[in-house]
Design a protein around this ligand. Structure first.
Ligand SMILES: [Fe+2]
Length: 233
């Protein structure tokens, strides 16, 4: 209803607005629940493929959110960061087990196939409504800050911030985690290597941000558990 062209709120329009806002809230909750279910389902798939990968992803999500919050990222970006950290390696389901589980160095053509996993992950996740942005972040999680990464050879801020964060924490976790064929690096050695590659492979701001809490909060855990405690975190 309008008076002199001005909308007038009546009891029925007020009820209607309240009902609309309730419906929007319900839809938002349903979308959020669906998003969580999809993440859980894919995480279970990762666990089935490689027992360590799911645990590794959960750890990355915790570290990623810390870095993202410290950097002051907006809530929608943080949501994508959580998805990208949890599912960054989902494309590995498309890599043959013989390559995924091969102890030691990969042959050139095996490595070329392994490098396809960011594209495989992007190809799957971009199909899901609400996961399009995280799919792009996953596509670029192996780019290098100096442009020497893959698949696109993006450099510096061309690389999405979420991808730059996942790159740092993924590399750190890989260094400190033990594998059947090798022991994880001691905490301080992993920190040293991260700093060494800061500005070349890694975004120095992200490295600094990660180390600011890793040093204070993780060093003791590593020290108490010995050298290679990737599985203890
Ligand atoms: Fe990866």
């Amino acid at each position: 209803m309008q008076v002199a062209g001005i909308p007038v709120l009546t009891l029925s329009t007020t009820f209607s607005a309240a009902s609309d806002s309730l419906k929007i809230k319900q839809v938002e909750e349903q979308v959020s629940a669906l998003r969580t279910s999809v993440i859980c389902a894919f995480n279970q798939l990762l666990d089935l493929k490689d027992l360590n990968t799911g645990v590794h992803s959960t750890r990355l999500a915790e570290w990623g959110m810390r870095v993202g919050q410290e950097l002051g990222l907006e809530e929608p970006v943080l949501q994508n960061l959580e998805i990208a950290a949890l599912l960054h390696d989902i494309g590995k389901v498309g890599i043959p087990d013989a390559i995924l589980r091969k102890p030691g160095k990969l042959e050139t053509e095996e490595y070329a196939l392994m490098k396809k996993h960011p594209e495989y992950g992007w190809a799957v996740l971009r199909m899901l409504p609400g996961f399009e942005r995280a799919a792009l972040d996953i596509l670029h999680h192996h780019e290098s800050f100096d442009g020497n990464g893959y698949p696109a050879g993006l450099k510096e801020t061309e690389v999405p911030i979420v991808s730059r964060i996942v790159s740092v924490i993924d590399a750190f976790d890989a260094m400190v985690s033990s594998r059947p064929y090798r022991k994880g690096l001691p905490f301080e050695e992993a920190v040293r290597r991260l700093i060494l590659a800061s500005g070349t492979q890694f975004d120095p701001v992200v490295v600094q941000c990660f180390l600011s809490f890793a040093r204070t909060e993780m060093a003791d855990v590593f020290a108490a558990a010995g050298t290679s405690v990737g599985s203890a975190l």
